[in-house]
Design a protein. Structure first.
Lengths: 109, 109, 109, 109
């Protein structure tokens, strides 16, 4: 789906982490993943910034994708500088010091 | 999924707002969103034009995505110059005075 | 999702029309659509060629998208030169005399 | 969805083959396909390399897409040099000696 052109910067306008369900009707659970592939021989350091509708961006979340590895992140696993708020739309920008390939996937169940 | 290349114009050939269900069998509900990310320091003004199969385009719908913000729109929230007709296929073109990144998502339930 | 760059040729590697169900267990129904948007002031004539795993391509299927219109096609509506076979994977190439924007969508239910 | 630009190399950051279910609750089954279209008059030889989170890449898996044909692969059908491990995220890179068009699709059921 994606020509093999590693890039330093990627944007994902779509993002949403559902609020936890507290009642008898479980809220739709959306498993959004950020899949990153680093086919180079150098470890990549990523800085992820998250944008919102009504407030300033949060970030950067720093993480790493080692050389010749892939990592599939969930946005609700990011904790530092603070968890991504649940129940509100967000977007994200991924910046990497090494060219990587990013894919955003959503699995609704 | 989308290299970080803000653009002034985006096209979405797919679009459909289901008619409201009136009978015992609820019609499939499709939640289509238009996610727009503005990572610049200037507010973006958007003009959205909607195309149909058998009639002239409607629009522009005018809306805004402030600097360093994201907005996730639903096509059934657009009211002016007139609501987007339900139950018929449409396509859309988004024009922005500031380069933005757009993503069209569909969640069927 | 798609920068506004009309093109004369599009490729869709994915395609599948399920066989009709004959038993009590309905086969998964896949609604694949080919959405085409023509934002120009000229009618576009499309030629669609369908590729298979074990046999020669079929086509072209000829159809049209008028100026300033969108059309959402289903592959099982193409009849001439022959219906697209059900129950086997296919791919397609869309060629247009006018630059159009294409999107392939799949709704599984 | 994909402009008709055959390429020699494609990357798919997303990939996952579920473990087989052994209990009463069947695990979610994900049917991921790699759809490849070869519209040229020459047979294409593909080499597919699969990347992981914590271990070295596996491959290349060699396969072929004949001239004017499409093939839709499932990652769990690749056997040589070894099956793709189940139950862990992977990514893949497809290299072809002839320009092809690739699309990665996921059907969750």
């Amino acid at each position: 789906m994606i020509p093999m052109t590693g890039k330093h910067t990627w944007a994902i306008p779509e993002g949403y982490i559902p609020r936890e369900s507290t009642g008898p009707e479980p809220e739709l659970i959306s498993h959004e993943s950020l899949c990153v592939l680093n086919t180079t021989d150098e470890d990549a350091t990523l800085e992820i910034t998250v944008y919102f509708t009504d407030s300033d961006p949060i970030g950067p979340y720093e993480t790493e994708v080692p050389a010749n590895r892939t990592r599939h992140f969930r946005f609700n696993e990011f904790e530092d500088p603070e968890p991504v708020p649940k129940g509100e739309p967000f977007a994200s920008v991924i910046e990497s010091d090494i060219p990587v390939v990013c894919q955003h996937t959503r699995l609704d169940s």
